[in-house]
Design a binder for this molecule. Structure first.
Ligand code: ARG
Length: 468
């Protein structure tokens, strides 16, 4: 047994918790990273208590002064966190109370339940802002690369089989659409986090005349007009973990996007494709095979997607079936969130480095995309424009492909008679479709990989990025 009763809640106990229980139940080992937000919340709460006359101005000043000094020590790394005090809230309160007697009043009209809910909402707002800014720089790098490789064509794939030609630019712009949705998703997380639960107490508010709007304003939980935004139900406010789920979900979806890009890059940098050169700085060698250059950064990005999904899963299972309101299970909500945040942010940095340093092998790409079969669909479109129903056009071109395969000839080198004999819709110019230039020129519709639409997309992206 530990020899001291808990200072914060030990009144009704005759003995303190066992050392094992302390080790089992402490959270300061992971929630100490919320200290900055907790100080902010303490300041706002005590300012509000002074405003409504529960604290004197003097008491408020001494609390604020003590909190500032605490922050200084925190920055200097001088704070010793004590697991016996359970969590970040109790550690800060105890440290402060030793120096500032008025700190004994700081927890008036408040519970750790609304305190942690508020701390975490501050964390989510800052974290999503930061992730959005990294996503925005990632988008900027992708746009630069898309411009640099606008004229490089590669085969686009379905079923991992060569399908139709696309430009590298078009391919990179596809990731940009995904990352922009991630950016918007984290914007929605920010919005959802922007409601202040402080004042909800343990679950049932307080009999004291708290001014919730004041604390919300002081902590920046306001709308675009500066009006305070408050959670509307005290029981929901302290048991709700939807923002945790939203954040983890946004991170998991980003992870999926990163992993899809990573998989493309892994394939492209293999000898089999050989389109892409990844920067040495983000690759590793083999301890045994001297020739190896492994795309480990990409593989790890692909792997991180798993833990991001795992974290979301942990949170969903954690919340499922919990009775209202607070249950200690909820303390387990923080490690998965912090883990997602940490791994997503470093992933974003690594991704930016890889994108910045990557290069395409123009000659290999040109060779891969020269396969005329990639334009078989264009030949079907040609027949359609000459009045053939698409289903028949598809069948006719399929027949031509079969003949070419049997004759072991490239499709565009089959004798005229053989092709034109199949249907009168094949004109003298049937071979003209086997030109990449034509393929790019003729793809005119919005969102397609033609020269015009890609140029337009690159221009649009300049504007879209400037609005973020
Ligand atoms: N460390 C706790 C958590 O993160 C804070 C809330 C504790 N509340 C309580 N009633 N024990 O969940």
């Amino acid at each position: 047994m530990s020899d001291s009763k808990q200072v914060t809640w030990g009144g009704r106990f005759s003995d303190g918790p066992s050392d094992l229980m302390l080790r089992f139940s402490e959270s300061v080992s992971f929630d100490a990273r919320l200290a900055r937000y907790d100080v902010q919340v303490n300041k706002a709460h005590s300012a509000m208590l002074a405003k409504v006359g529960i604290l004197t101005e003097e008491e408020k000043f001494s609390i604020h002064d003590g909190l500032d000094r605490f922050l200084d020590r925190l920055k200097k790394g001088e704070i010793q966190w004590d697991p016996a005090l359970e969590d970040v809230h109790m550690n800060i309160e105890q440290a402060l109370t030793k120096e500032v007697p008025a700190a004994a009043k700081m927890h008036t009209g408040r519970s750790r339940n609304d305190q942690i809910a508020t701390d975490m909402r501050l964390f989510f707002k800052e974290a999503s802002t930061q992730i959005r800014s990294s996503l925005k720089s990632g988008l900027g790098i992708l746009l630069e690369k898309a411009k640099a490789f606008e004229d490089v064509m590669i085969p686009g794939y379905t079923h991992l089989q060569r399908a139709q030609p696309v430009s590298v630019a078009h391919h990179l712009l596809a990731y940009m659409e995904m990352f922009l949705r991630d950016y918007q998703r984290f914007g929605a997380v920010w919005e959802a986090a922007n409601e202040c639960p402080l004042g909800s107490g343990a679950l049932a508010g307080s009999t004291l005349p708290l001014d919730r709007e004041e604390t919300a304003r002081l902590l920046g939980f306001v709308d675009s007009q500066g009006n305070p935004r408050l959670t509307a139900n005290s029981m929901d406010a302290i048991s709700d973990r939807d923002v945790f789920l939203d954040f983890a979900q946004a991170a998991a979806v980003s992870g999926i996007h990163f992993s899809r890009l990573a998989e493309d890059f892994i394939l492209w940098s293999s000898s089999e494709f050989n389109f892409l050169v990844l920067p040495d700085a983000f690759c590793t060698g083999s301890s045994l095979m001297p020739q190896k250059k492994n795309p480990d950064a990409m593989e790890l990005l692909r792997g991180k997607a798993a833990r991001l999904q795992g974290n979301l899963q942990t949170l969903m299972v954690l919340c499922k079936g919990l009775p209202l309101t607070y249950n200690r299970d909820l303390q387990e909500d923080k490690p998965p969130v912090f883990d997602s945040y940490d791994h997503l942010t470093i992933s974003l940095e690594v991704l930016a480095g890889c994108l910045e340093g990557m290069d395409f092998r123009r000659d290999v790409c040109a060779q891969a995309v020269a396969d005329p079969l990639l334009l078989a669909t264009d030949l079907a479109d040609y027949l359609v424009q000459r009045g053939v129903a698409f289903r028949r056009a598809h069948h006719l071109v399929g027949t031509v492909v079969g003949i070419a395969e049997k004759a072991n000839l490239p499709i565009d080198q089959l004798p005229d008679e053989e092709v034109r004999g199949l249907d009168e819709a094949f004109g003298l110019d049937w071979r003209d479709v086997f030109s990449l230039e034509r393929a790019r020129r003729e793809r005119r519709s919005f969102g397609s990989p033609g020269i015009g639409p890609v140029k337009q997309a690159l221009r649009n992206w300049e504007a879209r990025l400037s609005e973020l």
